[in-house]
Design a protein around this ligand. Structure first.
Ligand code: BEZ
Ligand code: FE
Length: 285
C-alpha cells in the first residue's frame, strides 16, 4: 500500500507485530501511535524537524560520566516526576526525582556528624524517624542524604572550593529508627543551563530554579526504597520548581531554634535551624 499520512501508523505498527518480547511490542506500537499523532497535529516543516533532530543530537553530545542532559530534558518536561509518581509507594513518603547530583557515593558518617566540611554557613540540624507504614520504627535503615551549599552548589560543581563528599552523608538509623545530622541550610539553585536544555528553558521563558532542598534516599530491609526530598518550606520557587518535584507532604519547616539545651544536645550553638523530617516506608509485599 502507498505510504500516506493516514496509512503510516498501521504500516509502522504492523512492522513491530512480530516482536518476540510482548512488552517491547506494546511499547513500540504505542510509541508509533502517539508519535505519529503528534507529528500529524504539529505538521512540522522539514526545517523544524531538522532542528528537533539537531537539538536531540546536542542533548546526546552533552552526556558524559558527570553530566546527563537526557535526564535533565526528561526532568524539565515533567517525565521524570511522572515516572517516579507512577512507580512510587501507594502509601508512606512520596517519591521524587533522584536528580543528576547523586553521582558519587556518599561518605559513611556517624549519627550527629556534620556533612558540612566547609563551614561558615547557618548551622542546621536535620533529624527524623524512619518508620514502616504500620508505624513501627525501623532501626538499621540506611539514610543517604545530599544537598548543595548555602551558595547553591554541589561539591561536584565546585571541585576547587568543596572537598569531595561535602554536603553528603550515609547514615544508619539508631535503635529507635532515628537519624540526625548537622549541616547548613541549603539554597535554591539553578539546574545546569549551559547546554541545550538551558537554551530550551530560555527560549520558552522558563526559569531554571529549584527550591532549596535536601535529597534523601532511604532503604530498610523488607521495605520499598524511597527517593525523595525535604524541601525548605517558604523557599523561593516552591511554586514553580523547574523539575516539578514539590509535593505538599515534603515541605519541611526549617525553624529557628534558640533553645540552648537542645542546641547542646545536638552539639551546636543556639540559635540554630532545626528541621524534622520523618520518612515512612511501605512494607514489601
Ligand atoms: C537536583 O535536585 O539535584 C536536580 C534535579 C533535577 C535536575 C537538576 C538537579
Ligand atoms: Fe538538588
Amino acid at each position: 500500500m502507498d505510504f500516506t499520512v493516514d496509512s503510516a501508523t498501521p504500516a509502522v505498527s504492523a512492522s513491530f507485530g512480530a516482536t518476540p518480547d510482548p512488552r517491547l511490542r506494546e511499547l513500540m506500537q504505542m510509541l508509533t501511535r502517539h508519535l505519529h499523532d503528534f507529528v500529524r497535529e504539529a505538521s512540522p516543516s522539514i526545517e523544524e524537524w531538522n532542528s528537533a533532530i539537531a537539538f536531540l543530537t546536542e542533548v546526546g553530545h552533552r552526556c558524559s560520566e558527570t553530566r546527563q542532559e537526557f535526564i535533565l530534558l526528561s526532568d524539565v518536561l515533567g517525565v521524570s516526576m511522572l515516572v517516579e509518581t507512577i512507580n512510587g509507594q501507594d502509601s508512606g513518603t512520596e517519591s521524587t526525582v533522584l536528580g543528576p547530583f547523586h553521582m558519587t557515593e556518599s561518605p559513611r558518617r556517624t549519627l550527629g556528624d556534620s556533612i558540612d566540611m566547609v563551614g561558615g554557613g547557618h548551622t542546621c540540624v536535620v533529624t527524623g524517624e524512619v518508620r514502616s507504614t504500620s508505624g513501627r520504627p525501623l532501626p538499621g535503615a540506611t539514610v543517604d542524604v545530599w544537598q548543595c551549599t548555602e551558595d547553591g552548589f554541589y561539591d561536584v560543581q565546585q571541585p576547587d572550593v568543596q572537598p569531595p563528599g561535602n554536603g553528603r552523608g550515609l547514615f544508619t538509623t539508631d535503635e529507635y529508627g532515628r537519624y540526625r545530622f548537622r549541616t547548613v541550610v541549603p539554597s535554591h539553585y539553578p539546574i545546569p543551563t549551559d547546554g541545550p536544555v538551558g537554551r530550551l528553558l530560555d527560549a520558552t521563558g522558563r526559569h531554571p530554579y529549584r527550591p532549596a532542598h535536601v535529597h534523601f534516599l532511604v532503604s530498610a530491609d523488607g521495605h520499598e526504597e524511597v527517593t525523595t526530598h525535604a524541601f525548605v518550606a517558604g523557599s523561593a520557587y516552591t511554586d514553580s520548581d523547574a523539575v516539578f518535584a514539590v509535593k505538599k507532604q515534603l515541605l519541611v519547616d526549617f525553624a529557628r531554634c534558640a533553645d540552648a539545651d537542645l542546641a547542646a544536645r545536638h552539639g551546636v550553638e543556639a540559635p540554630f535551624v532545626l528541621a524534622e523530617f520523618d520518612v515512612v516506608l511501605q512494607e514489601r509485599a
